[in-house]
Design a protein around this ligand. Structure first.
Ligand code: ADP
Ligand code: MG
Length: 384
């Protein structure tokens, strides 16, 4: 178990060069991403800027952000595969900038399962212990324990080629964790898997984390992964940290429009250029009061961007008149796409069998907004 401290870490990669071991396809993607990077210096692209954070001992931290936002770079810096251009990395108060990857007691799981094709599941998983000459009985016990947690007990004799994608990835995770590293790094481990498989694997990963008390750092672009797994979510955009907080906080109090829209289930509706008059803003003809602190933040600004999640808008017998466009079912929600005049928005209701037929295209409905659930953003997209 280890507490990781990153202090003002900046990573600059030289232009049009790829450092590290990647195959041709990955290299091409990295070079493509470099071109889209908004921040550059004379030396190259700035993949990570003044990044600071503390990942506590035994914590499950998730790094969330779109492609090219610097997630893998951050993970590679923690692993020691990349040395930051500026800034410091500490493991338990000891500076680690110059500590080699093999001396870090860190294991890493990648998107592509890297199993030994000619070895059985048992051999693959036990390999790190075999190398250490661990006694046979101990190896058997450890493999048994982890395979039960991961639902692999019946696959011990199988070869990788006979496993599904999800099973292969579970074997890769088991092999990384069996040597009990103090930190487990996972770089988009489920991104090649289907939705149901991902859901099962999330549950198993949670169980593993509870059983091993290892510090987990998990990289993903998937908000569902982040919300369901994380004790702490770190949101990155263009190499800059946007938010660093508990999952609930990220969901309930996004610090800016980017975070609000990125963690967007149920969908966050955004209304731009909403007029502010005196102490209130008006949305679809109705006035909503601004708190004194919001008013102060706004200063002379006369417009705000208003965000509200679909689950905080309700269709009923009273309220503002709207027209239904269409409906869809997503997970347990019935999503009603509607409009008021030309403004489109969505309502998310809990799905019930008989409800769907209640909303037909062109039908009039009446909507109300949960007043205390408005997210307001200024012209820079920052929370008001
Ligand atoms: P993410 O994992 O969020 O998709 P990355 O950390 O891989 O983002 O990339 C962040 C930026 O750094 C991108 O612009 C990418 O092109 C660049 N980059 C990442 N890895 C390398 C590397 N090994 N060599 C050169 N540039 C890189
Ligand atoms: Mg990546």
């Amino acid at each position: 178990m280890t507490r990781i401290v990153l202090q003002d870490v900046t990573m600059i990669y030289p232009f049009e060069k790829v450092s590290g071991l990647f195959d041709r396809k990955q290299k091409k993607l990295i070079l493509e991403q470099q071109k889209n990077m908004p921040y550059t210096s004379n030396e190259g692209v700035i993949a990570l800027q003044h990044f600071s954070s503390v990942i506590n001992d035994g914590e499950f931290a998730v790094i969330l952000g779109p492609s090219g936002s610097g997630k893998s770079t951050l993970l590679r810096i923690i692993a020691g595969l990349e040395r930051p251009t500026l800034g410091k990395v500490y493991f338990d108060d000891e500076e680690y900038n110059n500590v080699k990857p093999e001396d870090r007691d860190v294991a890493m799981v990648f998107q592509n399962y890297s199993l030994y094709p000619n070895q059985s599941v048992y051999e693959n998983i036990s390999f790190p212990l075999q190398v250490k000459h661990t006694p046979r009985e101990e190896i058997d016990a450890e493999v048994k324990k982890i395979c039960e947690l991961l639902g692999l007990s019946r696959k011990l004799e199988s070869l990788p080629q006979d496993l599904s994608g999800g099973e292969k990835q579970r074997v890769a995770i088991a092999r990384s964790l069996i040597k009990k590293p103090s930190v487990l790094l996972l770089d988009e481990p489920f991104s090649n898997l289907d939705v149901i498989m991902r859901r099962n694997l999330r549950t198993q990963l949670k169980k593993l984390h509870q059983a091993y008390h290892t510090t987990f750092v998990y990289v993903t672009h998937d908000q569902y992964d982040a919300l369901s797994l994380a004790e702490k979510i770190i949101i990155l955009k263009d190499g800059i940290k946007q938010m660093d907080d508990r999952a609930a906080e990220v969901f309930l109090h996004p610090v800016n429009r980017f975070c609000a829209e990125f963690v967007s289930s149920p969908i966050m509706n955004i209304f731009e250029d909403v007029e502010v008059k005196k102490d209130s803003f008006s949305l679809f003809g109705k006035q909503y009061q601004l708190t004194p602190s919001r008013k102060k933040h706004l200063g002379k600004e006369k417009k705000v961007t208003v965000g509200i999640r679909g689950s905080n808008i309700h269709a009923g017998k009273e309220g503002i008149e709207a027209v239904v466009d269409y409906t869809e079912v997503i997970e347990a929600d019935l999503i009603i796409h509607a409009k008021i005049d030309d403004q489109r928005f969505v309502i998310a209701e809990k799905y019930k069998e008989d409800k769907e037929t209640r909303y037909l295209q062109g039908q009039k409905i009446y909507v109300t907004f949960d007043e205390d659930c408005f997210h307001l953003f200024d012209e820079n997209g920052d929370r008001i």
